[in-house]
Design a protein around this ligand. Structure first.
Ligand code: HH2
Length: 257
């Protein structure tokens, strides 16, 4: 999954595009590099970020999704807002990537009614405060149990299992130790019986481990994506598609895929 952030303030690639045309062209470049899904986001959720109103998020995201009609891969919309989910689906999106795991009012019903897939992500708190000393007794068990509950809620609302993806939410209310524990134990999330997504690309945990700025975290991101796949992830959400593809080509060859 290649990341396309149409935001002025995303932590690693904010303010990159002058308009929807440029963002769509960038998404097509990621597809050429080997992305199987492109994820379009109009609201930064980095630690400390502020929410964006619906009108602004819609203005950023919808023209990009419309411009990607016929691009050949599923287009995902990274949003927590049911109104935008509906409009994005009408514009051609076939996956909703919700960092709130469909806990927001109206979101479960919206996704249940549409013929689309959904990614349910774990986070603790909201972006403004989530990194203020997050505490878990057992981070892997707690995140696993939360996602099991969200899968059950989605199924009860009429969303079939084969439409659901889960994501432990690296960096969303987690310390470096929590993130490492989750990466190590990623295989446990496969027991939920749905696809597993991991988003580690350029995140601050990699900055802590390497001392590098977000744009300089490509090598660390590729290593993290490879470990995630090795530990059971079906989908990796990445900024650096070509580099990740190269690493996965080696992994696939060794594993006969
Ligand atoms: N991470 C970010 C945003 N959306 N969605 C899923 N499912 N998993 C993630 O790990 C995830 C996500 C944050 O990264 P990014 O989009 O690069 O930055 P920003 O939130 O600043 O736009």
């Amino acid at each position: 999954m290649g990341v396309v952030n149409v935001t002025p303030d995303s932590f690693s690639d904010g303010g990159r595009f002058a308009g929807a045309g440029q963002a769509a062209a960038y998404a097509r470049k990621l597809i050429e590099e080997g992305a199987d899904i492109v994820d379009i986001g109009g609201e930064s959720t980095r630690p400390g970020s502020s929410p964006v109103v619906l009108e602004e998020e819609r203005r950023r995201v919808l023209p990009v999704i419309e411009a990607l009609a016929g691009c050949g891969v599923p287009v995902s919309v990274d949003t927590q807002k049911p109104g935008l989910m509906r409009e994005a689906v009408a514009a051609g999106a076939s996956l909703v990537n919700d960092i709130s795991a469909l806990t927001g009012p109206g979101t479960l019903e919206t996704v249940a009614k549409a013929p689309i897939a959904v990614c349910l992500m774990h986070k603790r708190g909201d972006p403004r405060t989530m990194q203020d000393d997050p505490v878990y007794d057992d981070v892997v068990r707690e995140v696993h149990d939360y996602l099991a509950g969200r899968v059950a809620a989605a199924e009860a609302a009429g969303i079939a299992r084969d439409r659901i993806v889960v994501d432990p939410g690296f960096g969303f209310g987690k310390t470096l130790e929590h993130n490492l524990a989750l990466l190590c134990a990623l295989a446990r999330f496969r027991s939920l019986g749905v696809a597993v997504l991991a988003g580690l690309s350029r995140k601050s945990m990699l900055g802590m481990l390497t001392g590098r700025e977000p744009r300089e975290r490509v090598h660390a991101s590729v290593a993290a994506a490879l470990i995630a796949v090795q530990n059971g992830a079906h989908i990796v959400r990445v900024h650096d598609v070509a580099a990740t593809r190269d690493a996965l080509a080696v992994w696939n060859a060794v594993n006969g895929k």
